[in-house]
Write a protein that binds this ligand. Structure first.
Ligand SMILES: Cc1cc2nc3c(=O)[nH]c(=O)nc-3n(C[C@H](O)[C@H](O)[C@H](O)COP(=O)(O)OP(=O)(O)OC[C@H]3O[C@@H](n4cnc5c(N)ncnc54)[C@H](O)[C@@H]3O)c2cc1C
Length: 469
């Protein structure tokens, strides 16, 4: 570690309303841990900020001390982007406030909030912001790279519902990005990741959803995967936008709502969530429940906050995580057979594969409206490689890589970057953002972070506009 002068650290401590943690402090090991236990980094300083003023002080300190800067919202980056060795982590986890304006149907959310924080406060008013599927995930990283979840078919991605953001620049200025103020930055923050500055709060459009939804799983022996996937492909486009139906491959976990007699068994199932009126919902999901002879059929009315946290126990902190994801433009027989083969051979009891129809509202949005690049109808295949024992890392990681390569043969090279481990040697950044978009993002990067101080992310190197551009 670059030995920091203790006087400088004390100055930072005095400047912050929040906490400063160094290797000499007892909470250091807990404070440096991130969701993915495979990531084990030792920052020189962790600055737990309480607001924009703390963030400004932390950035100034990092610049004076010439420290690499990592920014941490919920700490769920699978690639380990929210921590670093020998640098400063600007940790926003104390900034979890959510303020809802029920009249305007908006929610102002501090950047350290989790999805659970947002659901909890918005549901008080019968509202919801579309977000992801595991409630402890951070809203910040999820929004900045897109944000997919059960409400996306109806209301779009999380970034599609962003109305404005407050950001601290690397010069220590506070700027607002919205359709009216700094519109290029606003465009870049909706899908361009954490490249441009430290976002301190987000303002979202919220929608009337809940409090009750229909949710659950209809599952079959994994040997029936091809039929299940074909059924999903052939029916999804005729289902209402209120229905979210992913196909999931998993070994039946020891979770309350799964029948005990099937625990540990490999299955393939429809993961159903219906956000419209319940009486209509039962009719909407009937054809799915009548398909074939399900081994498991547990669909129930339940509160939105329960639905949003039902996968939490299957995604605990402390697991080794290695993920990949691939958008497949079509889902023909060859793709289906490959997906079924991969899903029938998961390398550990905790590994899950999810097949997500990417259709409806996200594909209706003008492709250039946001930096989120992928708006074509397609299928997102997400391999959640996870296991307990680090001794399994080589074997399981090799399995995920091989499965990813098999999927990539059918893809266009585009992955959903939020669901990706770092893969040295493959340029997934260029694969996701097309050339024109990358050039536009690089110009915004050059304006707000010309020295590329924020580089622990899916990095966009700064490139100022050339004359005439
Ligand atoms: C269990 C689990 C479930 C998930 N489920 C979903 C899902 O359903 N849908 C989905 O879309 N994604 C999902 N993801 C992926 C998730 O969107 C990403 O991991 C995302 O990065 C998490 O955000 P975070 O704030 O927790 O991340 P962090 O690790 O804190 O940060 C991730 C990146 O964002 C940057 N960043 C974070 N906060 C800021 C900020 N305030 N300003 C600037 N940059 C910032 C960081 O520097 C880093 O580069 C899931 C991830 C996990 C681990």
């Amino acid at each position: 570690m670059n030995p920091l002068h203790s006087a400088a650290v004390e100055e930072l401590r005095a400047a912050l309303l929040g906490e400063v943690i160094t290797p000499a402090d007892s909470p250091y090991d807990a404070a440096r841990a991130v969701f993915n236990a495979m990531i084990d980094r030792r920052p020189a300083v962790i600055a737990r900020c309480r607001g924009a003023a703390d963030v400004i002080a932390a950035i100034a300190f990092a610049r004076e001390q010439r420290l690499p800067i990592a920014v941490r919202g919920g700490g769920h980056s699978i690639a380990g982007h929210s921590t670093c060795d020998d640098g400063i982590v600007i940790d926003l986890s104390l900034m979890r406030g959510v303020h809802v304006d029920p009249e305007r149907r908006t929610a102002r959310v501090q950047a350290g909030a989790t999805l659970a924080d947002v659901d909890r406060e918005t549901q008080v008013h019968g509202l919801a912001v579309p977000s992801g599927q595991v409630s402890e995930t951070g809203i910040a990283g999820l929004t900045l790279n897109g944000g997919m979840g059960m409400l996306q078919r109806k209301y779009g991605l999380t970034c599609d519902n962003l109305l404005s953001a407050e950001m601290v620049t690397l010069d220590g200025e506070v700027v607002t990005a919205s359709a009216e103020q700094n519109p290029e930055l606003f465009w870049a923050l909706r899908g361009g990741g954490g490249n441009f500055g430290v976002v301190t709060s987000f303002e979202y459009r919220a929608h009337p959803v809940g409090p009750m939804m229909l949710a659950g799983m209809v599952a079959y022996p994994v040997e029936q995967a091809v039929e299940v996937l074909r059924f999903l492909r052939d029916t999804i486009s005729s289902t209402p936008d209120e229905l979210s139906t992913d196909v999931v491959f998993l070994r039946v976990p020891a979770l309350g709502f799964f029948p005990e007699e099937h625990r540990g068994r490999p299955v393939v199932g429809f993961f159903l969530r219906y956000s419209g009126p319940l009486d209509e919902g039962w009719d909407v999901i009937r054809p799915i429940r009548e398909f074939g002879s399900p081994l498991i059929d547990v669909v129930e009315p339940m509160p939105l906050v329960t639905v949003q946290s039902m996968l939490d126990p299957a995604n605990p902190r402390g697991h080794q995580q290695y993920w990949t994801s691939e958008f497949l433009p079509r889902f023909g027989s060859a793709e289906i057979e490959t997906v079924a083969r991969i899903g029938s051979d998961l390398p550990s009891p905790e590994t899950v594969m999810q097949v997500i129809p990417f259709d409806a509202q996200p594909t209706r949005i003008e492709p250039d409206a946001t930096a989120f690049s992928h708006r074509e109808e397609s299928w997102l295949i997400h391999i959640v490689g996870q296991w307990h024992d680090p001794a399994e890392n080589d074997r399981c990681r090799a399995w995920v890589k091989e499965a990813g390569a098999a999927l990539r043969a059918f893809g266009s090279g585009a992955s959903y970057l939020n669901l990706l481990s770092e893969e040295p040697g493959t340029d997934r950044v260029a694969g996701f953002w097309d050339d024109a978009r990358l050039r536009r993002l690089a110009r915004v990067k050059a304006q707000y972070d010309p020295e590329n101080l924020l580089r622990f992310n899916h990095n966009i190197p700064p490139a100022p506009a050339e004359a005439g551009q």
